[in-house]
Design a protein around this ligand. Structure first.
Ligand SMILES: Nc1nc2c(ncn2[C@@H]2O[C@H](COP(=O)(O)O[C@H]3[C@@H](O)[C@H](n4cnc5c(=O)[nH]c(N)nc54)O[C@@H]3COP(=O)(O)O)[C@@H](O)[C@H]2O)c(=O)[nH]1
Length: 762
């Protein structure tokens, strides 16, 4: 009965301990409680829980009850044969020892514990011994009931341990999962932030950007791209040919719209292409696409990045510039530059293929009359219509109809079989102009004179062919206009050159090809520029800068000197006024007047107009005339001079000494200054006669109260001789060569009234 009661009590305690164990969630505390339970259930003095690692051959003391715990916990010992636990492991059954001291296999620990009896039961997991529960006490040995109770406890505790271990594992797992989850959430958050950042960067790019995968799907677009291509979402996953190019099939290489994907895959580097797209309003836009490979982390291409730039405006600007550079703005025809380019190409071709080529030079007859009477607007419209008719006649591929300028057209018939072909075309042109033009209600009749040169007979270069066609055109004019002439070598004579120069000068005046150079007259006493002489130059389109000696005599002969002289007067007065307005020290401007201008009878009005239009006071203008004007001059010349003098204008005699040098005229005419001709100055240092004449002129001028200017002073020695002769005003290369107006501005600014050195003016 007593045993039964002990057994029941033991079971009751066992139940309590198991419940308690179940509340402990941590292994260390669990093992200690497990040992404490052993002591309580079987009335042991101490208990030890040992785990067994069969493979490593070790025993580890996991816990002990009471004060022993601190000593044994964590102690690992080799599982020697004969060790008590080892015996339990070996047989898998409980081991009861009544007198520990009698056992040879009791370990040091048991000896230290100084216990008498021991009871060891295996703890089984899935039939294997994984641990050992040992109870020890002093005195009474353990009996069968103790063994049963401890076995029961070990069995139940094993389940508790498994459960607790599971729970611990689960908790650890859960904690790990939670940690992983947190980490993932953090990574996702970071990714999302990075994405937002990248998207805002990419969206901030003003130019459209599209990322396309190798399968042609659009992976990403920026805001500009969505806006430009009217795409709803950032990464729509739609094929790029649909989304970007609005077509059902992929773009292929041989079409105008090359596929950048293919290009980049082939080239394996960025590729630039030009495409055409339509914008929101349906307008065609020219777009430059820079496509770069998109590489994966392993460096292989996974797609492409396309950056689009709308270059429509740039293209338009380029086209406008091209148009302006190569086309005539009025008629839309190629201009001279483009014509020359094309002619050179045609010539190369004609040379290679040994064929003939013709250049037709056309000048409209009496076009100026229409312009002058009906106005430029009508003249312009007429030129446009003439251009249209010319194009209608010369329709062959390779032929070029160009506007040379003014009322001149030039045609390149790139391939002809016979000279007669060129004559036929010229005749067709003449015929095409027969029908009158109706412009702004006016019925206009116009004819043309055509000159023809043929390669290789009349020239082998474009310049020669154009020049000779031009000569032939003059012959056509001479022949009564409205006809065509083939070039002949005789045309290239002086007479023709003169004729063509005259025509060129006439056009040059209209086209504003004339320019004014200025040469200072210096007062060597105070170093000031007292006057700037205006000297005309002609910027000829092919001959370059033509000096006046080559065209002034011609201009005088033909009467062109009248409009030319007026232009010089007006320009020189305006320039002097501009210098004055700019604050430079005031000085006179001298203009050469030719006899023809005086004979014209309108010089006074022309001068008045030039002065009033420019705002220049008359005293700042000097008119230089040659002695011959006074010799040949009539009373009307004298009257003109008097009026000019009364207006306050100064008159100087140019090239003095080369004519009669008559004192009588000097007294009669209202003259202010004499310019000693440079032929006397040239040898003044070596030729006593020149020095004597110069000296006489200077003395005479002073007697007549005239200012005297020495021309053509080139050396310091000449200057010194002239200075010794009391000549104070000089002009010549020593001070400055004639130069454009703008070159003097810095000199005026610097000198500001004080002339310091020679030859440093420009
Ligand atoms: N009716 C008009 N005649 C004009 C006009 N412009 C110029 N001309 C006359 O043409 C002739 C040649 O002029 P240009 O070639 O300009 O020569 C001038 C000077 O360059 C030259 N000169 C000046 N200093 C020197 C020098 O030290 N040495 C040197 N060898 N030559 C020099 O002299 C010319 C100026 O001459 P001038 O008029 O006699 O002062 C010439 O006769 C011009 O008059 C125009 O608009 N209308």
């Amino acid at each position: 009965m007593a045993n039964l009661k002990r057994y029941n009590d033991g079971l009751f305690k066992l139940d309590l301990w198991i419940r308690r164990l179940l509340t402990i969630g941590e292994s260390g505390a669990l093992y200690t409680a497990l040992c404490d339970g052993v002591c309580d259930i079987v009335g042991a003095g101490t208990a030890v829980f040992t785990t067994i690692d069969i493979q490593a051959g070790t025993l580890t003391y996991m816990a002990a009850s009471g004060g022993w715990n601190a000593m044994v916990k964590g102690l690992a010992v080799p599982m020697k044969s004969g060790n008590l636990c080892a015996s339990v492991v070996a047989c898998g059954t409980p081991l009861r020892i009544d007198r520990i001291s009698s056992r040879a296999d009791s370990c040091e620990l048991l000896q230290v514990m100084d216990m008498d009896a021991a009871l060891l039961v295996p703890v089984l997991e899935e039939g294997r011994v994984t641990a050992c529960l040992s109870a020890f006490r002093v005195g009474n040995p353990f009996d069968q009931i103790d063994e049963q109770l401890l076995q029961q406890y070990a069995h139940t505790a094993a389940m508790v341990l498994r459960t607790v271990h599971l729970m611990v594992d689960l908790r650890r797992h859960a904690a790990m999962l939670e940690e992983e989850n947190d980490e993932r959430t953090r990574a996702e958050q970071k990714l999302a932030e990075t994405n937002v950042f990248l998207n805002s960067v990419v969206d901030g790019v003003a130019e459209p950007m599209v990322v396309v995968g190798l399968d042609r799907r659009v992976i990403m677009t920026n805001r500009a791209a969505r806006d430009f291509f009217q795409i709803a979402e950032a990464g729509s996953d739609e094929a790029c040919h649909r989304l970007i190019h609005h077509r059902d099939t992929p773009c292929v290489r041989d079409e105008g719209m090359r596929c950048p994907l293919l290009d980049v895959r082939t080239a394996k580097r960025p590729v630039i292409a030009t495409q055409e797209h339509r914008d929101r309003s349906g307008d065609k836009r020219v777009v430059e696409v820079m496509t770069s490979p998109l590489l994966g982390s392993d460096g292989t291409a996974i797609g492409i990045i396309e950056a689009f730039r709308d270059i429509t405006d740039r293209r338009q600007a380029e086209e406008t510039i091209r148009q302006m550079a190569y086309y005539d703005s009025l008629t839309g025809l190629p201009n001279r530059r483009l014509f020359n380019d094309r002619l050179r190409q045609s010539l190369a071709l004609a040379q290679r293929s040994k064929r003939l080529l013709a250049v037709l030079f056309l000048d409209l007859d009496r076009f100026k009359l229409i312009n002058d009477t009906l106005g430029h607007a009508v003249g312009d419209k007429l030129l446009m219509q003439v251009a249209k008719r010319l194009k209608g006649v010369c329709r062959r591929d390779g032929d070029t109809v160009a506007r040379q300028g003014g009322d001149e057209f030039i045609i390149n018939l790139s391939v002809i079989s016979d000279v007669k072909d060129a004559l036929k075309v010229a005749q067709k042109i003449i015929d095409s102009l027969r029908t009158p033009f109706v412009i702004d209600g006016h019925e206009l009749f116009i004819t043309t004179s055509i000159g023809i040169s043929v390669f290789p007979y009349d020239g082998r270069t474009s310049d020669a062919l154009v020049k000779n066609a031009d000569f032939a055109m003059y012959r056509a004019k001479e022949q009564g206009r409205n006809n065509c002439q083939l070039y002949t070598p005789e045309m290239n004579s002086k007479a023709f050159e003169r004729l063509s120069l005259e025509n060129d000068l006439r056009k040059g005046l209209e086209r504003e090809e004339l320019v004014l150079y200025y040469q200072p007259k210096v007062n060597v006493d105070d170093g000031q520029i007292s006057c700037m002489e205006a000297l005309v130059r002609w910027q000829h389109p092919t001959l370059g800068l033509v000096p006046p000696a080559r065209f002034i005599p011609l201009a005088e002969e033909t009467g062109l000197i009248v409009p030319l002289g007026e232009w010089v007067l007006r320009t020189a007065c305006r320039q002097n006024r501009e210098w004055q307005k700019a604050g430079y020290p005031p000085m006179q401007v001298a203009v050469n007047i030719s006899p023809r201008q005086l004979q014209q009878g309108s010089l006074v009005e022309v001068v008045e107009r030039a002065l009033s239009d420019s705002g220049l006071a008359p005293r700042w203008l000097v008119l230089e005339v040659t002695e011959s004007i006074m010799m040949d001059g009539t009373e009307s010349t004298l009257a003109t001079f008097r009026v000019l003098e009364r207006m306050g204008i100064h008159i100087a005699i140019d090239d003095f000494g080369t004519g009669y040098s008559s004192l009588h005229y000097l007294k009669k005419f209202p003259i202010h200054a004499l310019k000693i001709d440079r032929s006397f100055i040239r040898d003044i240092t070596t030729n006593p006669d020149d020095e004597a004449i110069t000296s006489a002129v200077i003395t005479m001028s002073k007697g007549l109260n005239l200012k005297v200017v020495a021309e053509g002073v080139e050396t310091v020695e000449q200057l010194e001789v002239l200075r010794a002769l009391q000549c104070t005003h000089m002009q010549g290369h020593l001070f400055s060569r004639p130069a454009p107006a703008e070159q003097f501005a810095p000199v005026f600014g610097r000198a500001a009234g004080a002339y310091l050195g020679f030859g440093t003016w420009c």
